[in-house]
Write a protein that binds this ligand. Structure first.
Ligand SMILES: Cc1cc2nc3c(=O)[nH]c(=O)nc-3n(C[C@H](O)[C@H](O)[C@H](O)COP(=O)(O)OP(=O)(O)OC[C@H]3O[C@@H](n4cnc5c(N)ncnc54)[C@H](O)[C@@H]3O)c2cc1C
Length: 447
């Protein structure tokens, strides 16, 4: 039996494992802060320091973060490498949203004392139409931002509603930028800062316009047609697509957005991991039927056109080539990216040591068990496969996985499944001491 070697290049250092998106955030904030500091140094309204200063800096940071959020969610193949893949970009945007809104609140709160000191009215600052001098436009923008963010983080908002809400954020962002460019004294006084902030605003706005207004027309797409729709056990279908002209090149584990132009106008493109191998001509998506779109796929007819946008994401073993030992855990339909990886393993001689768990709620809901068993036999890598039926064996835990892999400790763990499952396993692995940089996950969630 062959056993995988240690990572050829050694383990990545701690700094190298910080998600690339955070470098973008830190870099942009550093530029904003430096330019703002230089601009501020040349100004002379010391009496209102620190209130107005903190307020203005918080506003500049908020605009910086908001433009990064719009860039991160642009669904552009050109931009996603800046964030280490679209899946990580989306996760980053979820964390930046409340930060940006928190900074806007700091901006408002710190603006109140200097206004009062100068004999101004708090009502003018906070209540639209309070008086003829009220900042009506700015306060409405503020409340729209707060309401939009609160709604976006509500767990039970329907996906389409949640997405439309995000679509509205572009104009709100522009309005906030217009406010800061008209009111920000440092911004008005210091040309380099003004240039930088407008650059950020323009980048954010273009990213929003690309994603929300023009995506269907300008985003690179591949034209496929339905070759077959194969029903599987457990409410699952395989959608097999054939390229109509050029075929998409992708890494195993990545995902695409699809559109069915012939099936009525759908407003939203839906993401699915690719479950075929890049070595195959046909593209396969394995889909669990949940709602309108996925149920509709079962009725797709051979020959029907399908538009494919992508590939996206960083959930691919190639990006983590330094780790020669991989623990892969797919729960339910979260097995799909691993199916693609396994099929690729059958033609790939890049030997790795792999442990694969397929976690299901019962044997009838394990549509890919036979395919995996077959693939494991044919793959060049040495793979241990375990079908984990939860009612029979209890919930799979990180401790059980680590015990099965012991005494080795230089593996990376790839997890995919529903957000609750993935979140729980990530917490368990971290608590058990697995370094964060060796945890790679995808949770099939954008909202
Ligand atoms: C990166 C990624 C990879 C995925 N891979 C697969 C896969 O390989 N197989 C699979 O069966 N499913 C996959 N999904 C989930 C799949 O996209 C949704 O189940 C599907 O879009 C649901 O659409 P619906 O109209 O049928 O159901 P709905 O009832 O509209 O939605 C059910 C749930 O799916 C999510 N969802 C709905 N629409 C979208 C959308 N356009 N984009 C993102 N999430 C949405 C929402 O959380 C919603 O609550 C993946 C999701 C992501 C984010």
């Amino acid at each position: 039996m062959m056993v995988g070697n240690k990572a050829a290049g050694g383990r990545p250092g701690r700094l190298a494992t910080v998600a690339p998106g955070w470098w973008v955030v830190l870099g942009a904030l550093a530029i904003t802060t430096t330019l703002w500091g230089i601009g501020r140094a040349g100004m002379a309204d010391g009496a209102l320091w620190p209130w107005r200063g903190v307020s203005m800096l918080a506003a500049a940071w908020a605009i910086t973060l908001l433009s990064i959020i719009l860039l991160a969610t642009a669904r552009s193949r050109m931009i996603e490498p800046m964030f280490g893949g679209l899946d990580r970009a989306v996760r980053l945007h979820r964390r930046l949203g409340p930060l940006a809104v928190g900074l806007i609140l700091v901006h408002v709160v710190f603006y109140i004392p200097p206004t009062v000191i100068q004999g101004g009215s708090v009502g003018d600052l906070l209540v639209p139409f309070w008086s003829p001098t009220a900042l009506t436009f700015d306060t409405i923008v503020l409340y729209l931002l707060l309401a939009g963010t609160a709604l976006a983080y509500m767990r039970h908002l329907p996906y389409e509603g949640w997405l439309s809400l995000h679509g509205l954020m572009g104009p709100v962002f522009l309005a906030a930028a217009a406010h800061s460019s008209a009111e920000g004294s440092t911004l008005l006084a210091f040309e380099p800062l003004r240039f930088w902030m407008w650059f950020l605003v323009l980048a954010g706005f273009l990213a929003w316009a690309y994603r929300v207004l023009f995506y269907r027309w300008v985003a690179p797409r591949y034209r496929y047609r339905v070759e077959a729709v194969l029903p599987r056990a457990g409410d699952t279908v395989d959608l097999v697509l054939r390229p109509r002209d050029r075929r998409m090149i992708y890494e195993p584990g990545t995902f695409v957005f699809i559109n069915r132009p012939g099936a009525g106008s759908r407003r939203e493109l839906h993401p699915f991991s690719i479950s075929s191998s890049p070595a195959e001509r046909n593209l396969r998506l394995s889909v669990r039927m949940l709602g309108d779109f996925t149920r509709g796929l079962a009725a797709a007819r051979p020959g029907e056109p399908v538009e494919v946008f992508g590939p996206f994401g960083s959930f691919t073993p190639h990006r983590y080539a330094t780790y020669r030992r991989l623990v892969c855990i797919g729960a339910g339909i979260g097995i799909t990216p691993f199916l693609g990886m396994l099929r690729f393993e059958m033609t790939n001689d890049d030997f790795r040591r792999i442990w694969l768990w397929y976690v299901v709620r019962d044997a009838d809901n394990a549509p890919y068990d036979a395919e995996i068993r077959d693939g494991v036999l044919k793959a060049d890598s040495y793979i241990d496969y375990d079908l984990w039926i939860t009612p029979d064996r209890g919930r799979l835990t990180a401790a059980q996985v680590m015990a099965a892999v012991a005494p080795l400790d230089d593996y990376a763990v790839m997890l995919c499944g529903r957000p609750e499952f993935v979140g729980d396993m990530v917490r368990q692995f971290l608590a058990a001491g697995l370094p964060r940089e060796r945890l790679i996950w995808e949770d099939f969630r954008f909202n």
